[in-house]
Write a protein that binds this ligand. Structure first.
Ligand code: FES
Length: 77
C-alpha cells in the first residue's frame, strides 16, 4: 500500500526504514523520503513509528492519504 504519494513510499518501505533503525519522522524521511514532500503522510509515519504495522487503524485507505495530500497542497502558499 502506498503511504506517501509524493515519493511513492509503500508501507513496507516504512517498515524497512524502521527495522533498519529509523525512530523519528525525520529519520524515516532521510531513509525513504516519506514525509519530506507535502507532509500529508506524516501522521501515517507517526502511527507506524508508534504502533508498527499492527495498529488498529491499519490499513489506512489510500483515499484518506489522497484527501490529506490534497488538503496540504491546497493550504501550501
Ligand atoms: S504524501 Fe508524503 S510527503 Fe506528501
Amino acid at each position: 500500500m502506498i503511504v506517501c504519494l509524493c515519493h511513492a513510499v509503500r508501507d513496507r518501505d516504512l517498515d524497512a526504514a524502521i527495522a533498519e533503525g529509523a525512530s523519528t519522522v525525520e529519520e524515516v524521511g532521510r531513509a525513504c523520503g516519506a514525509g519530506t514532500g507535502c507532509g500529508a503522510c506524516i501522521p501515517d509515519v507517526e502511527d507506524r513509528l508508534a504502533h508498527g504495522n499492527g495498529c488498529g487503524d491499519c490499513p489506512r485507505s489510500l483515499a484518506s492519504v489522497r484527501s490529506r495530500t490534497t488538503e496540504a497542497r491546497e493550504a501550501a502558499p
